[in-house]
Design a protein around this ligand. Sequence first.
Ligand code: HEC
Length: 101
Amino acid sequence: MRSVFVLLAICCSPAFAGETSSSDALINLVHQDCGSCHGLTLKGGLGPDIRPNALSHYDVSTLSTIVLDGIPDTAMPPWRPLMSEADAKKIAEYLLHGDLK
Ligand code: HEC
């Protein structure tokens, strides 16, 4: 299952360029790729609720590390091969604030 999602992310992700992506592309990725497990509205599915209220105990740097490295021994995959650290930080900010400016 994990490899299926990683493959999906490779083919379909505009962030695959490995550089900083536009906010629109990242928001799209969060809802499409992360949403495949966390739900399109991020309220939870296979993975837990990752809306701002559910993540308020995290800071941007902890969250971007979770996104980059995944959570070992769970279905949460590492995204480091697919996105830059700058992108992961922007995603973390989006998750925490529900907005990306
Ligand atoms: C293949 C399914 C899958 C995909 C795709 C996925 N996740 Fe997850 N994610 C999980 C699971 C399962 C967990 C819970 C792991 C655990 O048991 O601690 C999780 C946990 C998390 C957590 C920690 C939540 C908490 O309350 O501690 C965050 C944050 C997170 N994911 C963000 C993301 C983001 C952002 C993306 C997209 C870049 C993403 N996930 C893509 C399955 C996935």
